[in-house]
Ligand binder design. Structure first.
Ligand code: PLP
Length: 349
C-alpha cells in the first residue's frame, strides 16, 4: 500500500494545491469559446450563486489576489482625504506594500488595538470621532474588519454587530477582509448574510485561493451603487481578466455543492486536532484563540530547532522570539498533524 508523504509545510494555507473539483471545472471550461472580460455565462452563474449564498442581489468582481480585492474595495469606499480604521495587525496595514494607500490615492490607514487582532470597539468609537470634520486632518471614512483575523480568531456575530453599530453611528463605511471567510462561516456555522451585510458590511473581499481555488478571489459588493466605479477601477488595476471565464470556473466549482465549506471545515478540524495535541505538551503554550485554521503558540528554542531540522516549515521568527504559527489547509491530512505532534513531543523530551 502506498502512503502519501507527510506534509511538513505549515507556514500558510496558500502552500496547499487546488481542489480536484476546481481543476476539473477548469478543464471543462477550456473547451469551446466564451465572451471575454466577464461577459461569459460562467461569470454570470457565479454572480447568481453568490447572490444565493448572501440571500440578496450582489455584484461580484473576480480578481487574482486578496490584496487586489482589498485595495480595490477600499478604494471604492474611501476618498483620498479619508482614513481606513483597521487593526494594527491587519494584513492591509502590514502586508500589502501600501496597496490600499496607493489605490485610494492617498487615504491613510489608522491602526487600532484589540485582543486576538480584533478591533476594540471603544478604540473604534474614539478614532471615528477623532478630528472628524477637521479640514486639517484625514476624515475617518471606513472601518476594515478581518474575518477570520490574522491570528486565527473569529469575531462572534455580537462582536461584529457592535462594530457595525459603532460604524453606523459614526457614518463610517464597512469593509471586510475575508481572505479566510469560509473558515469563519465554518467556525460560527451561521448564514453568510449575518456575518456581512446584515452586520453593516458594504464590500467583502471573499477569499478562495487559501481554501481551494488556484488563482481566484472575489470582491462581493453589497452596496451596488459602488459597482460601476469598481468596474473601472478593476480594469485600471489590470484585474479585468480577458479570459475571466477561468476565474469564474474556479469560483463556480468552489461554490457548487458546498465545496468551499467542506474545505474550510476540514482545515478548521485539522487546526483543532493540532491545538488539542499541543495542549497536552507541557513545554508548549498556546496563544490566543484558534477558532479556525491558524494556531499560534510559544515554543522553546530546542523544539523550534528540532522541527526545522526535521524539515518542517512554519513561521517562528516573524513575531516575537519564541512565537510560532502553524496554518492548516483543506489538504492537511490527520496523519500530517499526528506526525507533527510526535515530532514536537520528541524534541520536547
Ligand atoms: C488576512 C489576509 N488578507 C489578505 C490576504 C491577501 O492575500 P494575497 O496574498 O492573495 O494578496 C492574506 C494573505 O495572506 C491574508 O492573510
Amino acid at each position: 500500500m502506498s502512503t502519501a508523504p507527510t506534509a511538513r509545510v505549515f507556514s500558510s494555507d496558500n502552500t496547499a494545491g487546488t481542489s480536484a473539483e476546481i481543476l476539473d471545472a477548469l478543464a471543462r471550461e477550456a473547451t469551446g469559446q466564451a465572451l471575454p472580460y466577464g461577459a461569459d455565462d460562467t461569470t454570470a452563474t457565479v454572480r447568481r450563486r453568490l447572490s444565493d449564498v448572501f440571500e440578496r442581489e450582489v455584484d461580484v468582481l473576480l480578481v487574482s489576489t486578496g490584496s487586489a480585492a482589498n485595495a480595490l474595495g477600499l478604494a471604492a469606499l474611501t476618498p483620498p482625504w479619508g482614513s481606513v480604521l483597521c487593526h494594527r495587525d491587519s494584513h492591509i496595514n502590514n502586508d500589502e506594500c501600501g496597496a490600499p494607500e496607493f489605490y485610494t490615492a492617498g487615504a491613510k490607514l489608522v491602526p487600532l488595538g484589540g485582543d486576538d487582532a480584533k478591533i476594540d470597539p471603544d478604540e473604534l468609537r474614539a478614532a471615528a470621532r477623532h478630528k472628524a470634520g477637521d479640514v486639517h486632518s484625514v476624515e475617518p471614512s471606513v472601518v476594515s474588519i478581518t474575518q477570520c483575523t490574522e491570528t486565527g480568531a473569529v469575531y462572534t456575530l455580537d462582536e461584529l454587530r457592535t462594530l457595525g453599530s459603532v460604524a453606523e453611528e459614526a457614518g463610517l463605511r464597512t469593509h471586510m477582509d475575508g481572505a479566510r471567510f469560509a473558515g469563519a462561516i465554518a467556525s460560527l456555522d451561521c448564514a453568510p448574510a449575518e456575518l456581512t451585510w446584515r452586520a453593516g458590511v458594504d464590500v467583502l473581499s471573499f477569499g478562495a485561493t487559501k481554501n481551494g481555488t488556484m488563482t481566484a478571489d472575489a470582491i462581493v459588493v453589497f452596496d451596488r451603487s459602488l459597482t460601476p466605479e469598481l468596474a473601472f477601477r478593476a480594469k485600471r488595476a489590470g484585474q479585468l481578466a480577458s479570459k475571466m471565464r477561468f476565474q469564474a470556473a474556479q469560483f463556480d466549482a468552489y461554490l457548487a455543492d458546498g465545496l468551499w465549506l467542506r474545505n474550510a471545515r476540514h482545515a478548521n478540524a485539522m487546526a483543532a486536532r493540532l491545538q488539542e495535541g499541543l495542549k497536552a505538551i507541557p513545554e508548549v503554550r498556546l496563544l490566543g484563540t484558534a477558532d479556525a485554521n491558524i494556531v499560534f503558540c510559544r515554543l522553546p528554542q530546542q523544539i523550534t530547532e528540532g522541527l526545522l531540522s526535521d524539515g518542517y516549515a512554519f513561521y517562528h521568527d516573524r513575531w516575537e522570539p519564541g512565537v510560532a504559527r502553524f496554518v492548516t489547509s483543506f489538504t492537511t491530512a490527520p496523519q500530517d498533524i499526528d506526525h507533527l505532534l510526535r515530532a514536537v513531543r520528541q524534541h520536547a523530551a
